[in-house]
Write a protein that binds this ligand. Structure first.
Ligand code: C2O
Ligand code: CU
Length: 432
């Protein structure tokens, strides 16, 4: 859509009478170059890409069930498209160029509009040459507020990412480096967390919305200065809040925590080299009003109940062999097919329950993301486990997932290690 058509459509909607659920005022996201201080103050700044002059992009916060309109303007000198990760939206709003929309060309706009059916923590990011545009900074939080929010003093977003940055602050263009594509992917020498707020009081109860926006890094996290629980994964409330120990986020995964503040808060990445501080929340004062009480689960998500699976498919992560038809590096594949082909990996009737074995036949972990749906991870005892939109499968392991494919359209399945996706580890399913 060019600028003139865009303006025309805005005035056309403006004369429609308002009906039903109040829609939020439209958001505008202008994709553009930004400069950010990623290295410590006083050192070189970093030229990146972002939205509305910031990186990460501004937090979009909407109510569950309310029509959400986001006008994306492309102020870059290359094309782009924006994907609303984890939202069960209409296929044509999914933001996948060449599949659900045309590229937004430089200087053009596109209006995305959807009604988020589930409360929770989501995010948006570029879905065009995403191993590069996301790594350069084109992402931000997308928060869908609960109908009945939990009793907390603050609701804070913690977005994590990493970059390869030179000593002078410049971002090193190794986004599509073939060696990293063939291994664990582009992995930064700097990692950081961005908080939507920088101080709390002692004894505050706080909701922390953690988002892994890194292109390839799996974060093993420890949060110090708090006691509390994990209450949601990938936006979906857990039936029973879970311990904060062993908090691991694959790229694109989210975790919501509800914690009580016991001291200065540190967000630490754990690695073989030790602990690395990503972000901090300072303490200013003490909350004397808060009466301690147990952490209650969030309102349960309202998703279709799986039936008996009518198909059992296997999606095996492998090295690439047959070349893809759409370019790409073909270093990785699903079931020996690299990249997107005309035939989908699966074709489902709307509402069909399908079991899929995600089998990792490689020497690296992969975080497998399905667009437009959430699925259940099958627990080791065979029961329905966590609802997710991205599932981390360790090297040499496999995991079954069960999904009710109730959202019509053409939906991507890809590794969210974006180096692996560009290396060919992507396919699609068709729901009719
Ligand atoms: Cu978060 Cu296909 O992406
Ligand atoms: Cu992968």
């Amino acid at each position: 859509m060019n600028r003139r058509q865009f303006l025309a459509s805005v005035s056309a909607t403006a004369i429609l009478p308002l009906r039903g659920l109040a829609a939020a005022a439209p958001f505008t996201l202008r994709a553009e170059p930004v400069t950010r201080q990623i290295l410590p103050e006083g050192e070189g700044s970093t030229a990146m890409l972002g939205f509305n002059g910031s990186m990460p992009g501004p937090e979009i916060r909407v109510k569950r069930g309310a029509r959400t309109t986001v006008e994306v303007e492309n102020g870059l000198d290359e094309g782009t498209a924006v994907h609303w990760h984890g939202i069960r939206l209409e296929n044509r709003m999914d933001g996948v160029p060449m599949m659900t929309q045309d590229l937004i060309n430089p200087g053009d706009n596109k209006t995305y509009s959807f009604v988020p059916p589930d409360a929770g923590t989501y995010w948006y990011h570029s879905h065009y040459i995403s191993q590069e545009q996301v790594a350069r900074g084109m992402m931000g939080p997308l928060i869908v507020e609960d109908d009945l929010p939990p009793d907390v003093d603050h609701d804070i977003t913690v977005l994590l990412s990493d970059w390869i940055i030179a000593e002078d602050g410049s971002l090193i263009d190794e986004f599509s480096d073939m060696h990293s594509v063939a291994h664990a992917g582009y992995m930064g020498n700097f990692a950081r967390g961005f908080l939507s707020q920088d101080a709390v009081k002692n004894a505050d109860r706080v909701r922390l919305r953690m988002i892994n926006a890194a292109t390839n890094r799996i974060f093993s996290l420890a949060v110090t200065g708090v006691t509390g629980s994990v209450v949601a994964l990938d936006g979906m409330a857990l039936e029973t809040p879970r311990s904060l120990a062993d908090l691991v986020l694959a790229p694109a995964q989210r975790a919501d925590l509800i914690v009580d503040i016991t001291g200065p808060v540190g967000f630490d990445m754990q690695s073989r080299q030790g602990s690395y501080r990503l972000a901090e929340l300072a303490i200013s004062g003490t909350n004397t009003d808060r009466i301690p009480k147990p952490i209650a689960p969030l309102v349960a998500p309202n998703l279709p109940t799986p039936g008996d699976p009518s198909q059992h498919l296997t999606l095996t992560m492998m090295g690439g062999a047959m070349g893809g038809r759409h370019g790409g590096a073909n270093i990785w594949s699903f079931n020996n097919i690299s990249d997107l082909h005309d035939d989908p990996f699966g074709a489902f009737e709307r509402g069909e329950t399908v079991r899929i074995t995600l089998a990792n036949d490689t020497a690296f972990p992969h975080g497998i993301h399905l667009h437009g749906h959430h699925f259940y991870e099958v627990a080791p005892d065979g029961s329905l486990g966590d609802l997710r939109d991205t599932s981390l499968v360790a090297a040499g392991e496999s995991r079954d997932v069960i999904c009710v494919f109730d959202n019509p359209g053409r939906w991507l399945i890809h590794c969210h290690m974006l180096s692996h996706a560009v290396g060919g580890m992507r396919t699609w399913v068709k729901v009719s």
